[in-house]
Write a protein that binds this ligand. Structure first.
Ligand SMILES: Cc1cc2nc3c(=O)[nH]c(=O)nc-3n(C[C@H](O)[C@H](O)[C@H](O)COP(=O)(O)OP(=O)(O)OC[C@H]3O[C@@H](n4cnc5c(N)ncnc54)[C@H](O)[C@@H]3O)c2cc1C
Length: 490
C-alpha cells in the first residue's frame, strides 16, 4: 500500500503559535503536516529537568491546542524516545520534511540530534532546522554578530495561519501514561501560569505600568517581583519569541515616557541571545569550566554546608529567604541569583557543579544557554569577568532594609526587630527578653562570613594569575567577545 506523504513540525523550546517559522514553512508546503512535542524519558529524567519545567511545557501545549482547535490542528504530545517516534512514523508514512528550530541544548540533546540527522538521511527525510532568535549556529567569533541580531529583531514578525485541510490525525502508541499526565496537569498556583496568552499579559502589563520603576527596583528582592519584566519563563519555553518582545517594547508609546526602563529591558533581550550564543558555540560549559585553567582549583565541598544552602537554612536571613522563595515560586531576580551562587562557590567553597543543577531545577525559566554561563560567571570560573563576591549581610541592608522579604520567606524571623533582622545572631538573651519575643528556631550562621570572604578572595584572585587561566583567557576573548567597533547596544 502506498504511504501517505506528510511533513512534521517538531516543537522544542518554541511553544507558541505565532512568529513561528517552522509552522509557517509547514503551511507553505502542499502536504498535510503533524505538529509534535516529544517528552523523551532520557531527556526529562536528566538532572537539569524538574517537574515544574515539565508542567510548564504541558500547560503551554494545552494553551496552543486551545488556539489550534479552531483550525482543526493539534500539537500531539508524545511520550517516548525521539528515535523511536520518528522510526514509527517513518514506517507508516512517507515523511518528506521535518521543520524545527535549532536547539542550543545540553549534551544529551546535542548527541541525540546528531544521531537523528544520520537516521533522517538514511530515510531520505529533509530536516530543516531554523535559527532561533538571535543565536547563530556554527560561528567561531563575534564579527558581525551585533548587526545580525539587530536585523533579526527588526525583521517582520511572522503572522502564522493554519489551514484546516492540512491537519493530519494519526494513531500511535506514544500516548503519555495517565500517571504522567496527571502529574503534569497539577500546577502550583505560586508559579507563573504557562502559555502564550499569559506571556502577552506579562509583557503588556510591564510596558503599560508595572515596569516604570524597572531600573530602580531590579536589584530589590521584593520590588523586582513587580517591576521586572517577568517574561523569562515565556522566553525560555518559547511562548514568546525575542523578536515579538523586542518589537512590542520598542514600538510601545511608553518607551518615550519610561526611557530608562525600556532601554534596560531591551538591552537584556540582547543579553539573552548573547549568553545562549556562548553556549551554542561551546556547550561543554554544562560540565567543564569556561576557563579550563579553573579545573585545577580545589574546593572544600562540605556536604553539610551544601545541604544547608539547598534548603535555605544557612543562618544568613537573605540567603535563606531567597532560596525558600525560589523553591516556592520558581523566580528570583538577577542579583539574588548571583548572590546565591557567589555564596555557594566562594563563602561555602563548593565546586560550581555541586549547585548548578539544584538552581536549574528550581528556576521555572531554566534556559541552559543562560544558566550554565551565568552560573560560571558568578562562580568566577570564566577568568575574563570581574569576580563579584557578594556579602549577603550587606545585600540585605542595601536591598531589603526593613527585612520585608526576609520576614515573608523566613517566618521564624517575623518578630525580630528591624535593626536585628539582617544579623539576628547579634541579639542577646537580654534583647529577646527586652523585646518580649521568644528566641526563634533558626540556626546560627553556618560559617564565619568575614573570614570565609577574605579566604575566598585570596584564593580566586591568586588562581586567576596562573598561566593556565591566563592562556585560556585569550582563547575565550577571541571566541565570545563582541568587537568594540561593531558593538551597538540595542
Ligand atoms: C546564576 C544565574 C542563573 C541564571 N539562569 C537563568 C536561566 O536559566 N534562564 C533565564 O532566562 N535567565 C537566567 N538568569 C538571568 C536573569 O537572572 C533572568 O533572566 C531574569 O532574572 C529573569 O527575570 P525577568 O524576565 O523579569 O528579566 P528582565 O530583567 O525583565 O529581562 C527581560 C529578559 O531579558 C533576559 N535577561 C535578563 N537578564 C539577563 C541576564 N543577566 N543574562 C541573560 N539574559 C537576561 C531574560 O530573557 C529576561 O526574561 C540567570 C542569572 C544568574 C545570575
Amino acid at each position: 500500500m502506498k504511504k501517505t506523504k506528510l511533513n512534521i513540525v517538531w516543537l522544542k523550546r518554541d511553544l507558541r503559535t505565532q512568529d513561528h517559522l517552522p509552522l509557517k514553512k509547514a503551511e507553505e508546503s502542499t502536504l498535510p503536516y503533524l505538529i509534535i512535542y516529544i517528552l523523551e524519558p532520557s531527556v526529562t529524567s536528566f538532572k537539569d529537568t524538574s517537574q515544574r519545567h515539565l508542567q510548564f511545557i504541558y500547560h503551554s501545549v494545552v494553551s496552543m491546542n486551545n488556539y489550534l482547535k479552531a483550525f482543526n490542528h493539534k500539537v500531539e504530545l508524545l511520550y517516548g524516545e525521539a528515535l523511536d517516534v520518528f522510526s514509527y512514523l517513518n514506517d507508516r508514512f512517507e515523511i518528506k520534511e521535518i521543520f524545527s528550530y535549532q536547539e542550543s541544548g545540553i549534551e544529551i540533546t546535542f548527541t541525540r540530534d546528531i544521531k537523528l540527522k544520520n537516521v533522517f538521511n538514511q530515510y531520505s527525510i529533509k530536516w530543516n532546522e531554523y535559527q532561533k532568535d538571535g543565536v547563530i549556529r556554527g560561528i567561531n567569533n563575534r564579527l558581525g554578530w551585533d548587526e545580525s541580531w539587530k536585523k533579526t529583531m527588526t525583521s517582520a514578525v511572522i503572522k502564522n495561519e493554519f489551514d484546516p485541510s492540512k491537519s493530519f490525525q494519526f494513531e500511535h502508541p506514544f500516548t503519555p501514561p495517565a500517571s504522567v499526565i496527571n502529574s503534569l496537569k497539577k500546577y502550583n498556583k505560586n508559579f507563573q501560569p504557562a502559555g502564550e496568552t499569559n506571556a502577552w499579559k506579562y509583557l503588556a502589563s510591564f510596558a503599560a505600568d508595572r515596569g516604570k520603576n524597572y531600573h530602580k527596583h531590579i536589584s530589590k528582592p521584593t520590588e523586582s517581583r513587580k517591576s521586572c519584566g517577568r517574561i523569562s519563563p515565556y522566553l525560555a519555553w518559547g511562548n514568546l519569541s525575542i523578536r515579538q518582545s523586542y518589537q512590542y517594547l520598542y514600538k510601545h508609546p511608553n518607551k518615550k515616557i519610561y526611557g530608562r526602563a525600556f532601554h534596560g529591558i531591551l538591552t537584556r533581550l540582547k543579553w539573552h541571545c548573547h549568553f545562549i550564543q556562548k553556549f551554542e558555540t561551546e556547550c561543554e560549559y554544562e560540565y567543564i569550566c569556561v576557563n579550563r585553567g579553573f579545573e585545577t582549583l580545589t574546593h572544600e565541598n562540605n556536604n553539610k554546608l551544601l545541604n544547608a544552602w539547598k534548603i535555605g537554612n544557612t543562618g544568613f536571613p537573605l540567603i535563606d529567604a531567597t532560596m525558600r522563595c525560589l523553591i516556592q515560586t520558581g523566580w528570583i531576580n538577577f542579583r539574588m541569583r548571583a548572590m546565591l551562587v557567589s555564596f555557594l562557590c566562594h563563602h561555602l567553597d563548593q565546586d560550581w557543579r555541586r549547585g548548578v543543577f539544584h538552581l536549574a531545577n528550581l528556576f521555572l525559566d531554566y534556559e541552559p544557554g543562560i544558566h550554565f554561563t551565568q552560573f560560571q560567571m558568578q562562580a568566577g570560573t570564566t577568568g575574563v569577568n570581574t569576580v563579584r563576591i557578594y556579602n549577603p549581610v550587606k545585600q540585605s541592608y542595601d536591598h531589603d532594609p526593613k527585612g520585608v522579604f526576609i520576614k515573608k520567606w523566613v517566618p521564624e524571623l517575623k518578630d525580630i526587630p528591624e535593626r536585628y533582622i539582617h544579623e539576628p545572631w547579634k541579639m542577646t538573651k537580654l534583647d529577646f527578653a527586652f523585646n518580649n519575643i521568644e528566641e526563634p528556631m533558626y540556626p546560627n550562621p553556618i560559617i564565619n562570613l568575614e573570614e570565609r570572604g577574605k579566604a575566598a578572595r585570596l584564593k580566586i584572585y591568586s588562581h586567576r594569575k596562573t598561566d593556565a587561566v591566563i592562556n585560556d583567557k585569550n582563547r575565550i576573548l577571541v571566541l565570545h567577545t563582541i568587537r568594540k567597533n561593531t558593538s551597538k547596544a540595542i
